[in-house]
Ligand binder design. Structure first.
Ligand SMILES: [Zn+2]
Length: 281
């Protein structure tokens, strides 16, 4: 019952986004309050404090104008905002070094992780692609729980759900991510033996296969370097989603972003809200 009262009082990110699209700019103030600390945390990995706060304001304005144009995220606000911070930062650097590309906004709107030298070297972008193919609701829950390490109770208001429902959603989202990941690999091979084994790898990693299927996968992995690679990456998807996704979306600042403590984040958040209070009015 408490859950019900709480969820009816607090609008989810998806509801706030819909309200902004319908012309309710004050709803954007609530999104700002929820996510400014995170944007500031990332931005301060990239720039000095004053410049970082400017970048955060610019990113919020950018996403606001995209939402008002009917573009941008429907639910997964946090990951989209952080991608915007990173892209705007990269755009600033580019603007000072050479002619600005014309299709930046297009790329930003598709939410494509920016492709710079560092992320090109990042070898696990298959996981990032699989993540991007998921429904936004699943992206949201995985981002906040797995990457940012938040508790279901902290994520519940963003989704307008009870903490138990968040946990159940996260379970389905993890299953969905594994399936999307394996699907992309299965589609990429024409080898019959590999195609037969790839769908079993998810169960193999979770040790839920029958003894016979386990032996079948074991035999295949002994002789197939490709599937061994897929298997190892899937173990990463299972155990270290944050290590795979954070660098793909946040770039070189990922480690610093994730390393900032909760206390530091709260302190940054207070400053960020004060600096950008324009949306709260
Ligand atoms: Zn194989």
């Amino acid at each position: 019952m408490d859950d019900l009262i709480e969820t009816t009082q607090q609008r989810s990110d998806a509801q706030l986004i819909a309200a902004v699209r319908a012309g309710d700019t004050a709803a954007y103030g609530l999104l700002f309050q929820r996510h400014a600390a995170a944007a500031t945390r990332l931005s301060r990995q990239l720039l000095s404090t004053g410049e970082a706060d400017d970048l955060v304001s610019e990113a919020f304005l950018k996403v606001l104008s995209l939402l008002q144009d009917g573009k941008g995220p429907d639910e997964a606000f946090r990951a989209y905002l952080l991608t915007a911070v990173r892209r705007l930062h990269v755009d600033r650097i580019r603007a000072t070094t050479r002619t600005r590309p014309t299709d930046d906004e297009h790329v930003l709107d598709r939410g494509v992780p920016f492709d710079d030298a560092v992320s090109a070297a990042f070898e696990n972008d298959a996981a990032a692609r699989a993540f991007a193919s998921l429904p936004e609701r699943w992206q949201l829950v995985l981002w906040h729980l797995e990457v940012e390490g938040q508790k279901p109770a902290a994520v519940a208001p963003l989704l307008g759900m009870s903490p138990n429902s968040v946990s159940a959603l996260a379970y389905r989202a993890r299953e969905g991510l594994r399936a999307a990941y394996l699907e992309s690999h299965a589609a990429a091979t024409t080898d019959e033996a590999c195609r037969a084994v790839t769908p079993l790898l998810g169960g193999f990693v979770r040790q839920t296969l029958s003894a016979r299927d386990t032996a079948k996968v074991d035999r295949h992995l002994d002789g197939c370097r490709r599937c061994t690679g897929v298997h190892l990456e899937l173990v990463e998807v299972n155990q270290n989603l944050r290590g795979l996704l954070a660098p793909a979306l946040l770039g070189p600042a990922a480690a610093g972003y994730l390393g900032a403590t909760g206390t530091a984040a709260a302190a940054l958040g207070a400053g960020g809200i004060a600096a950008g209070g324009a949306w709260a009015t």
